[in-house]
Design a protein around this ligand. Structure first.
Ligand code: UDX
Length: 436
């Protein structure tokens, strides 16, 4: 098999598939990435992946290339894993990379092969591409398209690829289903459901799932604002509500909200696509989900101002965390960066620290003051603010950090800290929707 596109999704897929025993070729137009991967270096942070890459390369089953011609000659099944970022100046998905990957590949397909899309795309894309592939591939109708959405979470990418909760196959023929089953044979266990459906449904499953998760997060954050106004405690509320098995406790953690390369752009692209289909009203609530989420960044800055007594101008603020979530170096649409930007605009002197995302942050925000530890960032701080819930931050000893700061004031932007511990060490602790 080949894997076209070696970003977070594609590199993980290629490495895991080779580790599972398949002959795999990873393909990317970015030769830097290919050189790194072929040399055993994963170009991003993902726990467990570097070790697995080393094993896969040692096995001889994993190779890399920048040539679509080589890919077409090599593979029977081709997984397209390129990105669909938000289009500049629009809510739509930018389809240029997916379109180009299918076209370039199809031009060289001269025997029966399955081209499987894994990227998150607007519904209707798979069927459009299937027609295009048939018409330009030398193999004609023997070049088939299928859609197999990917649900992996950054930070758990290996686990999610090796042991997914479900697989979804969007196919147009029994042959395509058979090829997909064979491509995931070691992953498919007796208790792992495979949903076989048409391609449009498969495309929609992904955006529907991400929309639901985003809605759950914005829902609890809406409750946090009500709790804040009513003097109630959103953490107890989330616990009690989540104990209803119909609701479930996951994705009910309040705080700064969702960011990253998926949830924000996926709900926007979904809304855009639904409007194109004439059913924009059906998903109009997703605009509110997005608006609630974006407002939390500003609301968190308000909390910092409130705890600082009104203004942050001239104050030293320690910002702990930059990545959009822990166990990732991904800073795409990271809420932390926006909070840091806003605080700096208000005149604060912000010192930042993140265990792995600082290199990526330096590339886009060279002007920030980067520190080499959480305690370093907190030195002489007037307010400490937790922006990404890295395990190492949860383990900070409040008394120890208390000795280096100027003022013991902390905003828990991720509802991740044990408020009782911090208060016991004489800190003023505040999180949105929790009593002061
Ligand atoms: C998400 C989907 O979970 C995954 O299935 C899909 O394939 C890609 O998008 P990911 O972006 O890696 O994965 O992160 P996820 O763990 O879903 O978290 C998304 C964001 O929501 C993060 O910013 C996280 O901090 C936030 N979040 C999550 C909350 O604010 N509260 C929660 O309770 C859970």
């Amino acid at each position: 098999m080949t894997v076209i596109g070696t970003g977070y999704l594609g590199a993980t897929h290629a490495i895991c598939m080779a580790a599972l025993g398949y002959e795999v070729m990873g393909v990317d137009t970015d030769s830097d990435k290919i050189v790194k991967l072929a040399g055993g270096e994963v170009p991003f942070f993902e726990p467990g992946l570097p070790e697995l890459l080393a094993k896969a390369l040692d096995s001889g089953r994993l190779r890399f290339s920048t040539s679509f011609e080589e890919a077409a000659a090599f593979g029977d099944v081709h997984f397209v894993c390129v990105g669909t970022p938000q289009l500049e100046g629009s809510h739509a998905a930018d389809m240029q990379y997916v379109d180009a990957a299918f076209e370039e590949l199809a031009l060289h397909i001269d025997r029966r092969a399955l081209l499987v899309g894994k990227s998150t795309v607007p519904v209707g894309t798979a069927s459009r591409l299937a027609g295009r592939v048939r018409s330009i591939a030398p193999a004609g109708p023997l070049a088939e398209v299928a859609w197999c959405p990917e649900f992996l979470r950054e930070g758990f990418a290996v686990e999610d690829t090796m042991r997914p909760e479900r697989l979804v196959f969007g196919v147009e023929s029994a042959w395509a289903e058979d090829m997909l089953r064979r491509s995931f044979d070691p992953v498919i266990t007796p208790d792992m459901p495979v949903v076989v459906t048409d391609m449009a449904t498969a495309e929609l499953v992904k955006v529907a799932a991400n929309s639901f998760l985003a809605t759950k997060i914005s829902y609890i954050n809406a409750m946090a604002q009500v709790c804040e106004a009513a003097g109630a405690d959103v953490q107890d509320l989330a616990t009690a509500v989540g104990l209803d098995s119909r609701i479930g406790k996951r994705f009910l953690r309040p705080g700064l909200g969702f960011g990253g390369g998926c949830l924000p752009k996926d709900i926007r692209a979904f809304t855009h696509r639904a409007e194109e289909l004439g059913v924009g009203h059906a998903v109009a609530f997703l605009r509110e989900v997005d608006a609630i989420n974006m407002s939390l960044r500003h609301r968190t800055v308000d909390l910092v101002q409130e705890i600082a007594g009104g203004s942050v101008a001239g104050l030293k603020i320690a910002a702990l965390g930059i990545a959009f979530k822990p166990d990732s170096d991904d800073i795409r649409d990271a809420p932390a960066l926006e909070v840091i930007d806003q605080l700096r605009q208000l005149g604060a002197d912000v010192r930042v620290y993140d265990p792995v995302a600082m290199d990526n942050a330096r590339a886009v925000r060279p002007e920030l003051t980067y520190c080499d530890s959480a305690l370093g960032a907190a030195r002489d701080a007037d307010v400490v603010i937790l922006l990404t819930e890295w395990a190492a931050f949860r383990e900070i000893e409040p008394a120890m950090m208390g000795r280096v700061v100027r003022q013991r004031r902390i905003i828990d932007g991720r509802h991740a800290l044990d408020s009782a511990r911090w208060r016991a060490a004489d800190w003023r602790y505040k999180a949105l929707g929790r009593p002061a």
